[in-house]
Design a protein around this ligand. Sequence first.
Ligand code: PMT
Length: 442
Amino acid sequence: MPGQLFDNALNQPGMPFPLLKVLVHSRAMNFLRGKRILLGVSGGIAAYKSAELVRQLRVAGAFVRVVMTPAASEFITARTFQALSGERVWCDWSDDRTAMEHIELARWAETILVAPATADTLARLAQGRADDLLAAVCLASNAPLAVAPAMNQAMWRHAATQHNVLVMQQRGVSVLGPASGAQACGETGPGRMLEPVELVEHLSASFANGLLAGLKVVVSAGPTREPLDPVRFFSNRSSGKMGYAVARAAREAGALVDLVSGPVVLESPAGVDCVRVETAAEMHREVMARMADCDLYIGAAAVADYRPLSPAGDKIKKQEQTRSVELEPVPDILAAVAALEQRPLCVGFAAETGRLEEYAQKKRIQKGVEMIAANRVGKGLGFETDDNELLLVWDGGSCLLERDHKPILARRLIEQIAALYARLAKSKSGSKPVEHHAKHSA
Ligand code: PMT
């Protein structure tokens, strides 16, 4: 798992200092884990640094795909990038132009970084050309675009390059660098590509958004285990992936996040306070203990509905005859939070096998919450899987978040929740969400 690489790398003996610096620094603010970065490499001597850039992005937990211009292949081989990224590398259009690779790559990318971006590449991107694969991907993608210029200082200072840079900046492109100093051509001045460690920091910071800035968010995730005897329990298939992705996305949105997690094998997201529990009763206690200053509760955990009424004190011995277990209902944590007098905005999840909208709306009303994120479970979606699809329902509206990786869906979910939060705060100005919004500092 890419994220594990990030933490493991901190313990590598002999790790180069700049990498150590970015990783240590990023412990609190690494927003790259699970992100899909498309790296464009154009033909300049700085292309050798792009190999280290790919490595550092992978260490930080990102997925990286590399698209090289034909000129880039004269400076560095595709094989180097393939080995470091663990992905296929695209060097130009394939013979089969109908393959729509540029569209597929454009859709895949969550952000595009062209590093190095030569003077020629900048000129062609500024003009919106699509005559090589990289330029076509940049044109076809809605993802944010960043460029890291690298060229001779006179080429950088030339009015044509400066004009191209301005045009791109006006279009919203982030221009990272260049740095000034000694150049490969023997001259000195601006035109050096930023170091990989600096580009990683820029990219990481670009994923931070302030949608929930200053809010206190509590997220529940994973399954619960309800003991039958000291060695057996009732549980479910929840892996925690969805809830952890939501906690991470809320953190990236600037919230202070507490994660109350059932037993899962995932690492706590960086910058999130995580408390681990086992049973629904423990989850109930830990969630309620965090409600005093909570602005937003997101219940992604698959909490038991029933538990054995009287768990056996000793291991139950195998017997020939059938055995029944008496179950009692488990308190509903989400409903309990929603019933508090001073309550946060509440978002619940619902795992359904059909009639999603109808059941989700019923559940929303029944539990008295503002939003339900319903997932259709089965067919590679919902429990345990890396992908999900969510139908969000609220009072008077709904919206489908189409199938995607859970981290990406989680960020879209947070955007929708932030929008709902803002709408409710506006319509009930003077109500609790508004007061709370002012209460926490970012
Ligand atoms: O963990 P993953 O493998 O990534 O899978 C994600 C998921 C499918 C578990 C997740 O997306 C999801 O749907 N979680 C809620 C599943 C569920 O238990 O749904 P429910 O219909 O039983 O509960 C509805 C809501 O009430 C949920 O917000 C749940 O947290 C809450 N609840 C339920 C029972 C209970 N005793 N207390 C609760 O708070």
